[in-house]
Design a protein around this ligand. Structure first.
Ligand code: ADP
Ligand code: ADP
Length: 226
């Protein structure tokens, strides 16, 4: 098991956002976490990426509890987007943003290889590599955020509503790219409100309601029982 979330509780002050959830992710899977606004999806991703602390329970990554993993290794878990918005630096170019994603690495060959791969995945970014990220469209910024997460060679890619606010044609393009990224061997956890699209892409899914997991099944079964 690559990622195990065990009986996880998270509190914001007096508000309990997660009431003991359990999620398992195998290597190579795309797992989607679905649910309405406020269900706790972003909080779950933030807990996995170390941005919020568990008040109870455990997150285990490749057999190691998260609190025992050093900060630079946590970056390698890979998160493309914060719940507050896309994490791109508007006053830096596309290329500079991507290189920032590799800040834990000094292996220039690997950095170059990753850049080539990301430009292959997102030709729009290649065409705009010298453009300031702040001048990109929402969809292009989303691609850049995913590209930057990939630059850290993550073992798992965490995506928080990559389709949010995008034109349908770009949503399709981004989901197809996520499929391609997964086919290259990377494990993906995808948080989405767009359940149907996410389930078409994912292998398994979890449905959350106010801090609890209420349903867990294969994507196929969840699609058949809306
Ligand atoms: P989702 O991603 O499913 O929309 P969230 O994880 O963002 O849900 O939120 C879960 C619950 O936690 C909600 O009730 C939300 O209001 C609350 N919450 C989220 N972030 C904070 C915060 N920084 N401070 C206080 N409450 C928060
Ligand atoms: P690691 O060295 O962290 O174990 P992998 O051996 O799984 O990583 O992959 C090496 C890196 O090559 C990946 O992290 C990814 O950034 C990149 N990569 C993955 N798939 C491709 C591909 N199809 N073409 C080019 N580069 C790829």
């Amino acid at each position: 098991m690559l990622l195990e979330i065990k009986n996880l509780y998270v509190k914001y002050g007096n508000v309990e956002a997660l009431h003991g959830i359990n999620i398992n992710v195998d290597k190579g899977e795309i797992v989607t976490i679905l649910g309405a606004n406020g269900a706790g999806k972003s909080t779950t991703l933030m807990a996995v990426s170390g941005l919020v602390k568990a008040s109870m329970g455990e997150i285990i990554f490749s057999g190691t509890p998260l609190h025992k993993i050093s900060a630079d290794k946590i970056v390698k878990l890979g998160i493309s987007q914060s719940p507050e918005g896309r994490r791109v630096f508007g006053i830096l170019t596309v290329l500079e943003n991507l290189k920032l994603g590799a800040f834990t690495s000094s292996d220039n060959k690997k950095i170059k290889k990753n850049l080539d791969w990301i430009f292959e995945l997102f030709p729009r970014l290649k065409e705009r590599s010298e453009q300031l990220a702040g001048t990109l469209s929402g969809g292009e910024q989303q691609m850049l955020a995913i590209g930057r997460a990939l630059m850290a060679n993550p073992k798992i890619l965490l995506l928080d509503e990559p389709s949010l606010g995008l034109a349908p044609i770009l949503v399709k393009a981004i989901f197809e790219t996520v499929r391609e990224i997964n086919k290259s061997g990377l494990t993906v956890v995808l948080v989405e409100q767009n359940a149907k699209a996410a389930l078409k892409l994912a292998h398994r899914g979890y449905v959350m309601e106010v801090g609890n997991i209420v349903l867990e099944d294969t994507a196929q079964a969840l699609l058949a029982n809306p």
